[in-house]
Design a protein around this ligand. Structure first.
Ligand code: SAM
Length: 235
């Protein structure tokens, strides 16, 4: 094979993710942190047929290999400052899961809820933006990929969760939108905000408001005191 062909191999997008996350802010930093985060993988022809998916109904989780399409225009540096480490500690790009990386390839282990009659994959626990281009899908193999004695000294513990309180009107509105959308919206908001989406170094005034779009709903919240979230508005 000519070396040049291998060196600049072209990848083909096989489908797109339809996600509850319409913007990057407030997406969990890894999959499984918000089980209520749901999406659909819509495959492109010729992959959107039962032939290509035969057998996949026998697995509970899949690896989704994807393009960080909203980071493609960013410069790729050799070092990154992961938000989880407070945004001021540097790591080599290959020691991180940052979206700014060579080839902009991401991988997320997600739950496969079901495959519908249109060969769409319903997935949950996602950390993927709406419109994310999918490059490949592979079954998770627990006895190979779940490593009981594995360690990672950079991320030893799951992040501490913040308590999330609600303004009564915001909670009522979230429940109404949940019914309309047929989605676990209250859980989704609580799971995402408990991760504390704001950069770790920010110590906002109680009056400072943050917002993000989940499904077709705007969610506004604040930090009435350090370490506590209050949902102000869901509209
Ligand atoms: N689990 C994947 C991995 O390890 O490769 C992604 C980890 S990355 C730290 C997760 C973050 O990427 C999310 O919080 C979101 O802000 C961002 N993200 C998700 N989908 C994206 C996309 N299509 N383009 C750019 N950024 C995206």
């Amino acid at each position: 094979l000519p070396e040049a062909l291998v060196d600049s191999f072209q990848l083909q997008v096989i489908g797109e993710v339809r996600s509850c996350f319409k913007e990057k802010f407030a997406i969990p930093r890894q999959p499984a942190l918000a089980p209520a985060a749901r999406g659909i993988i819509e495959l492109r022809p010729p992959y959107n047929q039962p032939h290509a998916l035969a057998g996949l109904e026998q697995v509970s989780h899949v690896w989704v290999i994807f393009l960080f399409h909203q980071a493609l225009d960013q410069q790729h540096r050799l070092q990154v400052r992961p938000p989880r480490l407070g945004g001021n500690q540097r790591l080599g790009v290959f020691a991180s899961r940052a979206s700014h990386r060579p080839n902009s390839i991401g991988q997320s282990l997600v739950r496969l809820e079901r495959i519908d009659e249109e060969c769409r994959l319903h997935i949950s626990g996602i950390d993927l933006l709406d419109g994310t281009p999918v490059l490949d899908i592979k079954p998770y193999i627990p006895f190979v990929e779940s490593v009981p004695d594995a360690w990672n000294r950079i991320a030893e513990q799951p992040p501490a969760l913040l308590p999330v309180d609600w303004q009564p009107a915001a909670l009522a509105s979230a429940r109404e939108h949940a019914r309309r959308l047929q989605e676990p919206l209250v859980e989704l908001i609580e799971q995402c905000l408990a991760q504390d989406p704001k950069p770790a170094y920010q110590q906002p005034e109680p009056s400072r408001q943050y917002g993000a779009r989940l499904h077709d709903v705007n969610v506004v919240w604040c930090y009435p005191e350090a370490g506590r979230v209050l949902v102000l508005l869901v509209e």
